[in-house]
Design a protein around this ligand. Structure first.
Ligand SMILES: [Zn+2]
Length: 253
């Protein structure tokens, strides 16, 4: 069992372990549309770690994470590539700044995407990840086809997050931490905006505050990702036991 200290909030994680924890955490935050959902995590050599097709985010383990190239070919791992990965590849081709990209059909984000509206911002928790949110109003039947994926990526432009009409959401950032923060804030914004609007409306966060917070890159709040990751490790001893830095080193022969 990992016990945090003020100087060490989480065990040292490999990139694969970071990706697994992001998937499991976001599943609990409402990014839980069964087999849907993919995360790509760009590595220094230009390849991408990603979750495979046929494994849910709730059960993903680091040995199931595959490595693909920019054309979507599996270069490491046994599992097949996710069907919706062309959307990620088109975003990565256009956006050097994007290190981590995440797509899913979250419970509240998808409602606003279906409505074709950007949710108003009523509280600070809805803004804490920063980033621009765009509405992509074109839907031509999923993002598995390269041509359709390219058009969605083009319409997303320089935005950090997007509501994809009749489909779901896309969240991008420079790290696993940033995408976690932004994805949680986006789903909070969509959920709270729906409820406040159903109550007849409320006072939106002042525009000057929104303009300031939108500039956050998602990496500001050390401790949020670590806290949620610790809960995942506490819930699943097998997952905790798989973390390389938590394994007991083998005794020297
Ligand atoms: Zn999708």
């Amino acid at each position: 069992m990992f016990k945090p200290t003020p100087n060490r909030l989480l065990p040292d994680l490999t990139p694969r372990e970071e990706l697994v924890l992001l998937a499991r955490i976001l599943w609990r935050e409402g990014y839980d549309d069964r087999l849907a959902g993919h995360i790509t995590y760009k590595q220094a050599d230009g390849t991408f770690l990603t979750n495979p097709w046929n494994i849910t985010w709730a059960e993903l383990t680091s040995d199931q994470v595959i490595r693909i190239d920019i054309e979507g070919r599996v270069v490491e791992g046994d599992w097949p590539v996710h069907k919706g990965i062309p959307l990620h590849l088109e975003v990565h081709k256009r956006r050097e700044d994007v290190v981590v990209a995440m797509h899913n059909h979250p419970r509240y984000g998808t409602i606003w995407a279906d409505a074709g509206k950007l949710p108003p911002v009523f509280d600070q928790s809805s803004l804490i990840g920063g980033g621009e949110l765009a509405l992509v109003e074109v839907y031509e039947g999923g993002v598995s086809a390269q041509q359709v994926a390219a058009e969605v990526a083009r319409l997303m432009g320089k935005a950090d997050m997007a509501l994809l009409a009749n489909h779901g959401v896309m969240v991008c950032g420079t790290s696993i931490r940033a995408v976690h923060q932004r994805a949680v804030a986006l789903e909070t914004r969509c959920r709270n905006a729906l409820h406040v609007t159903m109550l007849g409306g409320g006072k939106e966060v002042d525009r000057s505050v929104q303009d300031r917070m939108v500039k956050f890159d998602g990496n500001e709040w050390i401790g949020f990702f670590e806290g949620m990751a610790r809960l995942e490790l506490a819930r699943d001893p097998a997952l905790a036991a798989s973390i390389e830095s938590l394994r007991t080193p083998l005794a020297a022969a």
